[in-house]
Design a protein around this ligand. Structure first.
Ligand code: AMP
Length: 261
């Protein structure tokens, strides 16, 4: 006998799989607030640049299905690229917000994110969609899309889930060598000390100090900035809506993190 489908509110958690506790936390949040939780698993080719890690991105679909089932996810939606993007000719493009920071380093990245997120919203029609603050700029871009295109849904952003040593959980952490894995939490430690420093020193000095510190340890810092949380414009003074953001390469792996003030 088929069980009755649940009616009522639906939560959507878009992911690229290779689940860790950060992903599961989003699923748990949806479970606790919505009657039905849908998780999408799609390694979105549109958001990877030509020299990025699409082909080696970690894939563990069977394990992901089990992990999602264990936290009580109702539906896991894992379409192939052929199914989701057959001869697609339409792109959702966010202008200024998507051109800074990650968008500058990864041209076209947020067009890829925006296009797939818009498709998932239309396909799944959630009342609430869940995203992680870990990808801070992604949250700002998705917020913009929902406002600009009048998607009838709420967004919930969930705090970054960290390893005990402070490293933000990420599927890409699996690329780190044991030596780099030990060094990686220094990103978070530097964010925390920079947060203290901007309260006492000029912001530009605190940011330069943090950048130099990470570079001296072997990171290659792309940006370490204080930004307005809505426009993502760089700030040279602390305001009541600002956040520290950082992207740095360690070996061949790009790590991003951020911290509210
Ligand atoms: P991804 O599979 O990396 O595209 O991530 C899917 C969702 O999980 C995105 O909304 C991410 O921001 C979120 N996420 C990734 N890592 C974490 C984390 N450590 N804590 C909380 N959310 C996360």
């Amino acid at each position: 006998m088929r069980s009755e489908p649940k009616v009522g509110t639906r939560g959507l958690v878009p992911t690229m799989g290779a689940f860790h506790e950060g992903h599961l936390e989003l699923m748990r949040r949806s479970r606790s607030h919505c009657d039905q939780t849908v998780v999408s698993l799609f390694v979105n080719p549109l958001q990877f640049g030509p020299n990025e890690d699409l082909s080696r991105y970690p894939r563990q679909e069977d394990r992901d299905f089990e992990m999602a089932a264990d936290v009580g996810v109702d539906i896991m939606f894992a379409p192939s690229a052929e199914e989701l993007l057959p001869n697609s000719q339409t792109t959702v493009h966010v202008a200024e917000l998507a051109h800074r920071w990650e968008g500058a380093r990864r041209p076209g990245h947020f067009d890829g994110v925006a296009t797939i997120v818009a498709k998932l919203f239309n396909l799944v029609r959630p009342e609430t969609a869940y995203f992680g603050w870990k990808d801070f700029q992604q949250c700002a871009v998705v917020d913009r899309i929902v406002t600009d295109l009048n998607f009838p849904l709420n967004l919930t952003f969930v705090d970054t889930y960290r390893e005990p040593d402070g490293l933000a959980m990420s599927s890409r952490n699996a690329y780190l060598s044991p030596e780099h894995r030990k060094l990686a939490p220094e990103i978070y430690r530097t964010l925390v000390s920079c947060r203290q420093e901007v309260a006492q020193k000029p912001v530009s000095i605190a940011l330069l100090h943090a950048t130099k510190h990470l570079n001296s340890l072997g990171f290659l810092v792309d940006y370490f900035a204080l930004v307005d949380t809505e426009t993502l414009e760089p700030l040279d003074e602390v305001t009541n809506q600002c956040r520290l953001i950082v992207a740095a390469k360690l070996g061949n792996t790009w790590l991003i993190d951020n911290l509210g003030l």
